[in-house]
Design a protein around this ligand. Structure first.
Ligand SMILES: CCCCCCCC/C=C\CCCCCCCC(=O)SCCNC(=O)CCNC(=O)[C@H](O)C(C)(C)COP(=O)(O)OP(=O)(O)OC[C@H]1O[C@@H](n2cnc3c(N)ncnc32)[C@H](O)[C@@H]1OP(=O)(O)O
Ligand SMILES: CCCCCCCC/C=C\CCCCCCCC(=O)OC[C@@H](O)COP(=O)(O)O
Length: 296
């Protein structure tokens, strides 16, 4: 009986390993589970240290350090182009496309100092993760209460100037794995106009060559982040916001379309720490590679 049990216990990890290597959907599930576990574990372990400092944007540095290793686990190579455009001295508003939770990997790659994201209020209720977000100064809005959200944004505009704060907004307002961008919410643009600060648009390339929840596929691959030229808002007033929103969206949509046809060759792949990138590069569009970036 004991021998049987021992054999069973030995076979279980072996079977799991075999399944992991042979079944891309199983690999996908485990990789997504690990992503979430990593976030919960680091938030739980590190938030008490951040709590000594109290709520502060400086805690973003801890949050960033905790999330930076993720790309190595998954063998995701990040290529960034135009990073010098983020080296503006004062406050500014970043607007970025939002595909999935994986965006966190791109965010930590490029997010400048003293920058906080605007996030949905629901994140506050994620236990220690919500606590970590609150401690790091993340700004929460209730998307279902427009007036309250607008008030938070107005308040943020004055804080930005006073405290030299940068703000990161996902103007689509929700995750969008689709091939084109959703219409933009106007909050980020009102914020920039109210604070009279520049807007820096950022586009993260589509993940479909290595990540697809629909197909349950998560392999290694390359992600390109393009920082577009900043847009000045000095002298603009609230009546200019619709046009401003549309012109920034247009520039981002064009960049996204261009990046969607870019190909990431096999030699660009990193070896993931979490096993082989089984499943290959299915579904990746073929074309010219984006060589403008510097890899780091
Ligand atoms: C060294 C340091 C390193 C640090 C490293 C750090 C690493 C960081 C890593 C990890 C952090 C965690 C990351 C978490 C990420 C989470 C992401 C999310 O949760 S995304 C969901 C939440 N985001 C949004 O929703 C977008 C913002 N939303 C908006 O801007 C909306 O506009 C909103 C909510 C304010 C209203 O939404 P509406 O659905 O009503 O739509 P509308 O069309 O925009 O507005 C309706 C009307 O209100 C006006 N309006 C909107 N905002 C206004 C404003 N601020 N002032 C005046 N009017 C405004 C508009 O002009 C429009 O009016 P008219 O049609 O033009 O007449
Ligand atoms: C201060 C100490 C820090 C310790 C280490 C912290 C470790 C990580 C902590 C927090 C990371 C943030 C996790 C939040 C990730 C969620 C991002 C996301 O994708 O949310 C979805 C939301 O946008 C849109 O929602 P819907 O598509 O409308 O549903």
């Amino acid at each position: 009986m004991d021998v049987l049990l021992l054999h069973g216990l030995l076979l279980l990890p072996l079977a799991a390993l075999l399944l992991y290597r042979c079944s891309p959907p199983f690999q996908y599930l485990l990789k997504v589970a690990f992503f979430n576990c990593w976030i919960v574990a680091t938030a739980t372990l590190l938030s008490p240290f951040a709590a000594f400092r109290g709520r502060s944007v400086e805690n973003m540095k801890i949050l960033r350090a905790a999330l930076l290793p993720l790309k190595r686990f998954y063998g995701i190579r990040m290529r960034v182009s135009g990073s010098e455009r983020l080296r503006l001295p004062g406050p500014f508003v970043i607007v970025c496309n939002h595909q999935a939770s994986l965006d966190l990997m791109g965010m930590v790659e490029i997010i400048p100092e003293r920058c906080v994201p605007i996030a949905k209020r629901e994140l506050l209720y994620l236990g220690t993760v919500g606590w970590a977000c609150w401690l790091s100064g993340i700004i929460f809005i209730d998307r279902h209460r427009r007036d309250a959200a607008i008030e938070v944004i107005s308040h943020t505009a004055s804080t930005m100037q006073r405290e030299n704060l940068r703000v990161w907004v996902f103007p689509e307002g929700t995750r969008n794995p689709g091939r084109s961008m959703l219409p933009f919410k106007r909050g980020a643009f009102h914020l920039a106009v109210q604070a009279q600060v520049p807007i820096v648009p950022i586009v993260i390339s589509p993940y479909w060559n290595f990540f697809s929840p629909k197909e349950k596929r998560f392999t290694s691959g390359t992600c390109t982040i393009r920082i577009l030229p900043s847009v000045d808002t000095r002298g603009l007033s609230p009546k200019d916001v619709p046009e401003l929103t549309e012109s920034v969206r247009q520039a981002m949509a064009e960049a996204l379309a261009e990046m969607s046809t870019s190909d990431h060759r096999d030699q660009d792949k990193e070896q993931p720490l979490l096993g082989p990138g089984a499943g290959g590069d299915r579904g990746s569009p073929r074309g010219q590679g984006d060589t403008a970036g510097s890899s780091n």
